[in-house]
Design a protein. Sequence first.
Length: 107
Amino acid sequence: MNTAGTIDRPLTHDPKKQAPMKPSTSEPAGSATPDFTTNGATDSRQNRTREMQLIPEALARAHMHDRLHEAERERRALRLATARRMQRRAERASMRARRALAMAVMQ
């Protein structure tokens, strides 16, 4: 069976062995959009790629910055709680000492 290939199912996938495209008679010659150079597009794509590669690093840096500040806040809160606990303990010891002194004076 010797059938010609179609667009969806070409006879071969090798572009060199395929038949060359013929210009359509329904379109006027030169109606296709002109080719454009990709130098600027390649440069911007390179820059965007470089920037996009740095995004995770910047996110990680910001995340670590937030984590360090959170840890510092927790340490400060823990020190404050410890200081208040020690202050209450010192006040109770002071009251016991006063009572003991008062009892000693009264006898």
